[in-house]
Design a protein. Structure first.
Length: 605
């Protein structure tokens, strides 16, 4: 008998509304692994909430959800609580929102154990420590006493998984458990789920839009679009012979680190459009300073002195984990943060540190696209007004006809229809909202466009469309791109050069082809190793980077990467490595590579 059977599940909100899940059927055996794959609004999460009985009261649900022969649909919370946590558990996408901010991690975990009657009261703390240790959290006693905001994203997700495993469930539903995580942390969490599945025999229902994650972690997959099932079968069979056009489009959109470089090579050696010379960013830690006289620990060095130039038509990708200094660098370039040291020059002339002191002409030439498009658009303004505002500010001489022509032309360039001009941000899909945000930046014809994780929150085909749009615009206008991301597979597609950062310092700077073929810093190699391989059946790479980054308030002496580096020596612990600015391929490492290309990839060809 199957452990879980979903039959003709239908979920809708209102009699006349379209079904968000439409006649969905699938089954899972004990120890099985199934991925539900689809883009936003495909019905993935609604399916999971339906299984757990967590849909809102006004949802209309029909069909069957049988768990070990028990129909869970339409049952009371009292009945469902006999299955939740004990036999079925769920890991949510954003652990920071799922965890109670007012309770310490240990208190939340202990409450689950007590409320579910798991073990004896006198052993609850020991059991909680064991669970935190089981999911790989370091210093479990300290993490037990920590609040959610005191943990990194990867540590919060591990704590969430520990809570899900507290009742030793037979089925674990993981809803986009790695979407918001850096690529190295994602690899660690996926490795953890894989190990737990092997150790406990738990069945895993993985909900994701990332086909690279599916390939190495699930035996079977189910593809959804707009609430309906498109394909259902063995993962390897679907990857090799997809029957539906939408599945083929999703597979084609998966970024691969071995794919050919998509951007056109730069011609000539023109002077940089933008020069960043010795720029650093610091923040005062008020809590540390309040406890005593100013000290080294009272200053957070978000970005150590950095020098790099960006040429016309070039895309410089900046890569690194959270806290590496990527966004601090972007905000310093845009005048949103005042650098502690260094200068920023545009077309050879130093520019004011603060955006308020910069001339309008300079402001229009340095534009930004944020990670969350909906949050970056004014919710009280229609798309027409969002696009009109910058043009009216910088080109007041245009008349009404001129404004309309500029806006409609821009809308066409980013692939949007004119009726969208009357919509508000919340009425747009994620891809539409990001296109509007890009249109707002491009309508001023900037010389430099900064994209801060601009595709991180987008689904595969939407992400690919946005990357294609940016490439077309760059080829059309010759603008320069500073593309900030933690996804090296995306970097491979869009960049000319790559700057790798860790804890505010430069690790490596090289051309796209050289960096991917023969990385020279062990951190860069670890980032490459962590990228999911979208090829079922291929031997899984173990997560190569262990542990957590140190605190920026108390960085380790010597090389900041040395506590996690497999090549560490005593020199690394004592001496800060510096990159040679005269080298075309720079690596700030005492024991630089080159390291070989990834096994089985075509990067070295």
């Amino acid at each position: 008998m199957n452990l879980l059977e979903v039959g003709n599940l239908r979920i809708q909100y209102g009699d006349n509304a379209p079904a968000v899940v439409n006649d969905l059927s699938f089954s899972m055996a004990a120890g099985d692994s199934l991925a539900i794959v689809g883009e936003s609004a495909s019905g993935k999460t609604q399916t999971a909430l339906g299984i757990m009985g967590l849909l809102p009261a006004h949802a209309r649900v029909s069909g069957e959800v049988l768990f070990d022969g028990n129909n869970l649909l339409g049952r009371s919370d009292r009945f469902l609580n006999g299955f939740r946590a004990r036999r079925i558990a769920m890991v949510f996408q954003d652990p920071k929102q799922a965890l109670n901010p007012y309770l310490r991690i240990g208190n939340q975990l202990s409450r689950i154990l007590l409320e579910q009657g798991i073990g004896e009261r006198r052993n609850v703390v020991k059991r909680a420590h064991d669970l935190l240790r089981r999911v790989g959290l370091p210093d479990v006693e300290r993490q037990y006493r920590s609040y959610a905001h005191q943990l990194s994203g990867g540590m919060r997700q591990r704590a969430m998984i520990a809570m899900a495993l507290a009742g030793e469930p037979e089925l674990l539903i993981a809803d986009e458990p790695t979407t918001a995580l850096d690529v190295t942390v994602q690899a660690q969490v996926l490795e953890l789920l894989h190990e737990l599945k092997d150790e406990t025999g738990i069945a895993l229902l993985l909900i994701t839009h990332d086909l690279g994650v599916v390939a190495g972690n699930c035996k079977r997959m189910l593809v959804m679009q707009r609430g309906k099932m498109l394909e259902y079968g063995a993962t390897e069979a679907v990857f090799r012979n997809p029957s539906h056009a939408h599945t083929r489009a999703m597979l084609a959109a998966v970024p691969r680190i071995g794919a050919p470089i998509a951007v056109a090579p730069l011609a000539g050696t023109a002077a940089p459009v933008l020069t960043i010379d010795g720029v650093s960013v610091q923040f005062a830690d008020r809590a540390a300073r309040a406890s005593g006289p100013a000290s080294r620990k009272g200053t957070l060095h978000a970005l150590r002195p950095l020098t790099v130039g960006v040429r016309a038509g070039e895309t410089l990708a900046i890569v690194g984990e959270s806290g590496s200094g990527k966004s601090s660098l972007a905000r310093a370039v845009l005048g949103l943060l005042t650098p502690a040291t260094g200068t920023i020059s545009f077309l050879g002339r130093p520019i004011a540190a603060r955006v308020q002191s910069r001339a309008n002409e300079l402001r229009r030439n340095l534009q930004l696209v944020f990670q969350d498009p909906v949050a970056s658009l004014n919710p009280a303004m229609r798309v027409w007004d969002v696009l009109l505002e910058p043009v009216r500010l910088h080109e007041p001489q245009l008349d009404a006809a001129g404004y309309r022509e500029r806006i409609e032309t821009m809308l066409e360039r980013v692939g949007l229809d004119a009726p969208l001009l009357q919509r508000y941000a919340h009425e747009l899909s994620g891809g539409q909202a990001q296109r509007v945000a890009i249109a707002r930046a491009l309508i001023l014809e900037p010389r430099v466009l900064v994209c801060d994780e601009a595709v991180a929150a987008l689904d595969g085909t939407v992400r690919q469309a946005i990357l294609d749009l940016l490439r077309r615009e760059q080829e059309r206008s010759g603008m320069s791109l500073i593309f900030i991301t933690h996804d090296l597979a995306v970097v491979r597609q869009i960049s000319h050069r790559v700057l790798v950062m860790y804890m505010g310092r430069v690790c490596e700077l090289a051309d796209n082809a050289a960096l991917f073929a023969q990385p020279r810093h062990p951190y860069t190699r670890a980032l490459l190793d962590a990228v999911p391989v979208p090829e079922p059946g291929r031997e899984r790479r173990r997560a190569g980077l262990r542990g957590e980054a140190a605190s920026l308030l108390a960085p380790p002496a010597g090389c900041v990467f040395h506590p996690r580096c497999p090549l560490v020596t005593e020199r690394c612990r004592q001496e800060v490595p510096l990159a040679d600015p005269l080298q075309h391929h720079q690596a700030a490492c005492h024991h630089p590579g080159p390291f070989p290309a990834l096994p089985g990839s075509d990067l070295s060809n």
